[in-house]
Every structure is written in C-alpha cells, then in structure tokens.
Design a protein around this ligand. Structure first.
Ligand code: B12
Ligand code: SF4
Length: 470
C-alpha cells in the first residue's frame, strides 16, 4: 500500500514574522510515531511542508494529515485534494480532537486524541474493509510501542533532529492549555517504561537531545530512574518543566547530572489573580527567583515562558516582565498573547461571556489578540507583546543579562545562545536553503556543554534553552 503522511505548514509560513529557523527545529515526530504501525511492505512518503515543497501529484492509497490549529485550513485543502483523487484520507491531531465536526467533512476517518492505540486499530479495520468514520482514543499506554520510524525523517533539514517524547500529557490542568481537551476520555499523563525510553535514547545518534515532553519532571519516580539510566551516556539535553518541580526534592540535580543543560520553564505570570484565573495552581506562592537561582547554580540555562493578556494584566506588565527576565539572567524568553484554543476551559468560559472576537483559526498563533480583553485594549496588548520581544532581545539587554552571570564562560555561553538564536537570521536562512542545518549541531552541543561550577552553589552560574516553540 502507498501511504502519504503530511505535516502541512502552519499559517505563519506566509506571515512577515515567519522565521524559517523556528520551523526547521523539530521533525514531525507524531507522524513518524504512527508510521511504525504500518507494515514494512508499505511504501511510506513522509513530508513536512515546513522544510520541503509538497508533492501533491502522487497517487497514494492512504493519506494521513496532522492538523494543528493554524494549519487547519491548509490541511483541509490538502485533504480535499487527495479525496478528489480517490485516496482514503485520515485527519488527526490536536485541532481535529478539539473540533471534530469541523474536520469530519474533509476526511474519510478522523482520530480524536493520541494515535498509539487507535491508528493500529484503524489499520486492522481498513485492511479488512470495515474502517470506522471516527476513532476516539480511550485506552492509553506507551508500553510496547514500536520504535519510531526515524528513517523517514530527513535529518539534515532540522536543527534538532533528535527530538524525543517519552511521556504524554501533564499532571496539571491549566485552563488555557490544550492538554485536558486532547486527553479527554482517558489518562492525561502517562510515561513510557524507563528501559524503553532509555533504549529510544540509545538509538539516537550524536550527543544532543531535545525532550518535547510537556513536563519532563512531572513524574518524580520515572524521572529519577530515567536520569539514573542516562548517567554516563554522555548526552546533553533540553526539556520543559514547571517552577514547582524545580523547587521540589532533588530531581533537578539528577537531571543536571544526566546532562540537562537548558530548561523551558512556564512562569507565565507574576500575578496571583492571573494564576487563579487560569487554574495554574502549581505556580501559586512559588518563589520564581529561587527556582531561577537553583537552575543557574546547576549550570542550566532558562527559556522562560510568559503569557500576556490575562485579565489582571495592565499596561506595566510588559516592562515588568522584560526587566525581570533581564535582571534574572533568563537566556531566552518566549512571550505569548493569551489564546483561547477551542476545546479548552478558557475557550468555553470566553465563549459563554461573549468574548471570542474571531473564529479565524489562522490568527490563533499566540501573536494576535482574538478575544475581548479586560484591563488592556487589544492594541495595547498587541503592541506591548511586540515591544517585549524587541526589548528583551536588544543587544544591550542580551549583554546585560549575560553579564549577570559570574564566570566569563557563562557570560559567553549566554551571549552565544541568545544572540545566536535571535540575531543571525541570514545565517540560519542560508543554512536552511543549503540544507545544512544539521551541521550546526556540534556548535549547539558545545554551547550546551557542562558548566564547571567553581563558585558556591548559591551563585548564579548559567546559560539557556534554545528555541522553544510555545
Ligand atoms: C514540537 C512542537 C512544535 C513544533 C511543531 C513542529 C513539528 N514538527 O511537529 C513548532 C516549533 C513548529 C511549534 C510551534 C508552535 N506551537 Co508547538 N508544540 C510542539 C510540542 C512540544 C511537541 C509536538 C510533538 O511532537 N508531540 C509528540 C507527538 C508524539 O504527539 P503529536 O504530534 O500530538 O501526535 C500524536 C497525536 O496528536 C496523534 N496524531 C497527530 N496527527 C495525527 C494524524 C492522524 C491521521 C492520526 C491517526 C493521528 C494523529 O497521533 C500522534 C501519536 O499519538 C507540543 C507539545 C506536546 N507535547 O505535544 C507543542 C504544542 C503543539 N505547541 C503549541 C503551541 C501553542 C505552538 C505555537 C502557537 C507557539 C508559538 N507561539 O509560536 C506554535 C504554532 C503552532 C500552531 N500554530 O498551531 C501548543 C498547541 C496548542 C494548540 N491547541 O494548538 C502545544 C500543544 C504546546 C502546549 N502545551 O500548549 N510547536
Ligand atoms: S503545566 Fe504546562 S502542559 Fe501542564 S497543563 Fe499547565 S500549561 Fe499545560
């Protein structure tokens, strides 16, 4: 059977803010995970529109398309195109799960939730000619999942070909997060068996790994065993976690020992009212600065995530947030305009209150205001967001934040990481065009190399995370 798997490009691809490097970071891991359930005799063509031009002239028997919110319209068009040609078309992913009725008319079969159980079930049904219209994930486990078909990934086109996910979901329930909607009807946080995760890591060439798990420290027992197993593997890795998990116990030390060099941290907001509004209980009364210092003392760079536009935010929130980041030597920051994704509690609340201003999903990229704001006007919010990015990544601020570290090595690493990520667009574009992004990996690995802490543990010793997407 001829199978085509497609990750359509996100709408941002046509925006003036499009940064090709941001979309050449991670390969389509979800589709490569599903490909493992196909038979070795199937002829599989996996295409990622972020890094290649789609070939739409082929005639596959089965087409799988992954739908995110801002590629939804493009995904539907591609689906319609292949259905018109007689292919059997499957749609799945976050957006299909949030809005199955919108996706269904464009597909022969749709999938809700994770695909590890439902896709093989579909294949069994399809091969005997009785496929269903809808498959909804209920049983959830990562036990005995077949090895991801990484051979289908065009490694040289990505900066971070070694992305990996060994857990699914997260133990928390923030109102703005997709998590509860996507995992409805079953477990919403589960992990691989530690030995399987270690085996998957072993299969990855080179040194660098990027864990795309929502919360790498979310299960302390699993984390401890994983990091124990990773000791001596000579890896450097990046991941994401909550403020609380950094402050609790000694898991973060174990992670650092195993090679954790940069962490995406969901600070999101400094306001208690905002944390309550978004049910982000795990951040309430947490000492953010203590968490920052702990990471710095372990030589872990920080990519801070911040959301603007929660109801308690006023005009000062932008400056307050940028100043805090620079003063506390946060290496990279990811700012978002709050976005009520369909299916989330936030969306339902906003809809009830008549606050949703547009249903144009292309605008739901966290760079646009799509809802009626409270204390800020929509213009103030958008301008403040744009200002925050510019201000945080001004050379003066990059240098200032770098200088907050103690040793010259740490200052330099911060400078290289943050400056390199935001200030060398032409170089990144050249590497993408010449398909040689992967050649930058050794440089990234050396920037992420271990920081020998000659200072006392309480002194900030640091650097950061590359480009997290959030
Ligand atoms: C990698 C990543 C990116 C990459 C994506 C590129 C890529 N190659 O996939 C990049 C950097 C481009 C990116 C960008 C952004 N991202 Co992002 N990203 C992720 C991340 C960390 C991992 C995705 C992943 O690989 N998961 C692991 C695989 C195994 O799971 P999966 O892809 O979901 O696939 C499974 C199922 O969905 C299903 N499935 C998927 N497709 C199909 C198709 C069929 C036919 C079937 C049967 C099944 C199926 O089966 C798979 C196996 O179970 C997720 C968080 C997460 N942990 O998932 C956030 C996440 C998707 N991102 C998010 C956001 C907000 C963004 C940005 C808006 C951030 C920003 N401000 O720029 C942008 C734009 C996204 C958009 N416009 O929709 C949100 C999405 C919220 C939403 N409702 O859409 C997430 C969920 C993070 C979060 N916790 O909020 N992101
Ligand atoms: S902690 Fe992060 S991944 Fe978990 S529910 Fe909250 S926003 Fe989502």
């Amino acid at each position: 059977m001829k199978v085509k798997m497609i990750l359509p490009a996100l709408a941002e691809a046509e925006s003036p803010f499009w940064r090709p490097i941001k979309y050449s970071l991670f390969p389509p891991l979800g589709l490569a995970t599903l490909a493992a359930y196909l038979s070795p005799d199937d002829e599989i063509d996996l295409q990622d529109q972020h890094v290649e031009t789609l070939n739409l002239t082929d005639t596959p028997d089965l087409v799988l398309i992954q739908v995110y919110i801002t590629n939804a319209y493009r995904a539907y068009k591609i689906a319609d195109h292949y259905r018109a040609k007689g292919a059997y078309v499957l749609l799945g992913g976050l957006h299909v799960t949030s809005l199955p009725h919108e996706a269904a008319p464009h597909a022969d079969t749709i999938f809700l939730g994770p695909g590890e159980e439902t896709f093989p079930q579909f294949l069994r049904d399809f091969r005997v000619g009785i496929p269903k219209k809808v498959y909804s994930s209920a049983v959830r486990t990562l036990e005995k999942i077949p090895p991801i078909r990484r051979d289908l990934i065009k490694r040289e086109r990505y900066l971070v070909p070694n992305s990996i996910v060994i857990t699914r979901g997260c133990p928390h329930h923030c109102d703005f997060c997709y998590k509860d909607a996507f995992f409805e009807g079953g477990k919403s946080f589960y992990t691989q068996v530690v030995d399987d995760a270690l085996a998957e890591i072993e299969r990855l060439p080179g040194k660098h790994l990027y864990f795309l798990d929502d919360h790498l420290l979310g299960n302390a027992k699993f984390g401890a065993a994983l990091f124990e197993g990773m000791k001596g593997m000579n890896r450097v890795f990046q991941g994401a976690a909550t403020v609380g998990s950094i402050l609790r116990g000694n898991l973060i030390e174990k992670a650092a020992e195993a090679g954790l060099r940069s962490l995406f941290v969901g600070f999101e907001t400094f306001s208690t009212a905002n944390l309550n509004q978004s049910n982000k209980k795990q951040n309430l009364e947490k000492d953010y600065i203590k968490a920052v210092n702990r990471l710095h003392s372990l030589g872990i760079m920080i990519n801070g995530s911040f959301v603007f536009g929660l109801d308690d935010d006023d005009k000062d929130v932008f400056k307050r947030t940028v100043d805090w980041g620079v003063e506390n030597a946060i290496t990279t920051s990811t700012f978002h305009i709050m976005t009520p994704y369909p299916g989330t509690k936030l969306y339902k609340d906003m809809e009830k209150q008549g606050r949703i201003l547009t249903h144009n999903w292309d605008l739901y990229d966290t760079r646009n205001v799509v809802y009626k704001t409270a204390k800020l006007s929509a213009e103030e919010l958008k301008q403040g967001y744009d200002w925050a990015y510019k201000e945080f990544y001004r050379w003066e601020n990059i240098v200032k934040a770098s200088m907050a570290h103690e040793s010259h090595k740490h200052k330099l690493k911060h400078l290289l990481y943050s400056g390199g990520w935001k200030k060398f667009e032409p170089l990144w574009n050249f590497l993408i065009k010449t398909k040689s992004l992967n050649n930058m990996l050794p440089l990234l690995e050396s920037i992420l190399s271990k920081v020998k802490n000659t200072n006392s543990p309480s002194q900030p010793v640091n650097t950061t995370a590359y480009a997290n997407h959030h």
